[in-house]
Design a binder for this molecule. Sequence first.
Ligand code: IMP
Length: 428
Amino acid sequence: MSNTILIGAQWGDEGKGKIIDVLTERVDWVVRPQGGNNAGHTVEIGEERFVLHLVPSGILTPGKRCVIGNGVVLDPVALVEEIKGVTGRGLSVEGRLFISDRAHVVFPYHRMLDAQGEARRAKGDQIGTTMRGIGPAYGDKAARFGLRMCDLVDPEFPALLRARVEEKNRILAAMGAPVVVYDEILAATQKAMEVLRPLVCDTVSLLHAAVGRGESLLFEGAQGIMLDIDFGTYPYVTSSNASSGGASTGSGVPPSRIDHVVGVLKAYTTRVGEGPFPTELLDATGEELRRVGREFGATTGRPRRCGWFDAVVARHAVMTCGVDEWALTKLDVFDGFETLKICVAYDLDGRRIEHFPANIREAARCKPVYEDMPGWRSSTRDILRYGDLPAAAKRYIARLEQVTGVPVGILSLGPRRESTLVLGEKDA
Ligand code: IMP
């Protein structure tokens, strides 16, 4: 297999963890290029359920090697906890997990500033962040005030940290917020580094060498295109590039070395946090999707907002990420539904539009233009062949392919590894 990027094609929570787990079988390396522990990638293996936030899901497949790339912002204390969870299950990280020396670090003052930022916004203007300090950490990166993993392994780290803590405490004090304690942060970080130090290296050279040897890479995108800092519903977005371009800038592997993009798409749409969501259902159908699809955040436990499938959003992912095939997840959630709807365009102030507007005030006024599709009212849970799907389910998939212009290559009909169909020709 070649080098592949996997991206979320909606607002995150598309079921990427499970698809990555399945695709991992085919590759040598899994690389996480962006985001932080705001992500929650869930994988169910047998009776066990794993939720990974920073460590690439590939760690669950013995023998595969994983990289946390330079584009990630990394909370060292949270990462150590996660590593303990992995090793506690008998999986080793030694020689399998590598952390970029260029990855930026999330400190407690970033989390504090995240909380303050949300609290200080006017009611209704909150982003609904995961409170993991992601925005402030990327802010420091852009402002050239951040600390990176290479700084944490440097003898000058205490002095570098002191300068940051003093500056951040001035800001926190001016806000009337609690300040952070330098000694505590230093001690906690140094303790975490006892575990992380051996894993920190130049992952750019490491990946370059792997590609040179003909080994294959899978880039594990976090969040989704509509949360991308450039192409999402700004400002209701995360602070990194969740689009396919983020895979290159977040790993140092150039675009010319990457040849395939898989978009993960849920059969309906969900979003956590605030911001426009044209197909959102605030009625019993939305409730039903949330209940049947178990739509509660893997990181924060928050109930997810739910709505019908939105082809405008999917086409936005196709344009900005170059999606070659879809991995369609959670189609089984529709098993009990009489009628399904697909949004094919929007009505904006009486005008039909086919693209997602940049202006969120316009996005909030967009009314979905729906097509009705019949449901199938039978279980698809244990189906192992595409040909065994109910005819109405095949029609739903075919229509989705038509309105997005991209074929469905992988179909997921349940949370477990086994309930994933890798499709060839679909005329069976
Ligand atoms: P932040 O990334 O914590 O700053 O949150 C910004 C927005 O992105 C909020 O609406 C979050 O709910 C959303 N978000 C961040 N990470 C994820 C994710 O992994 N899945 C879904 N939503 C996310």
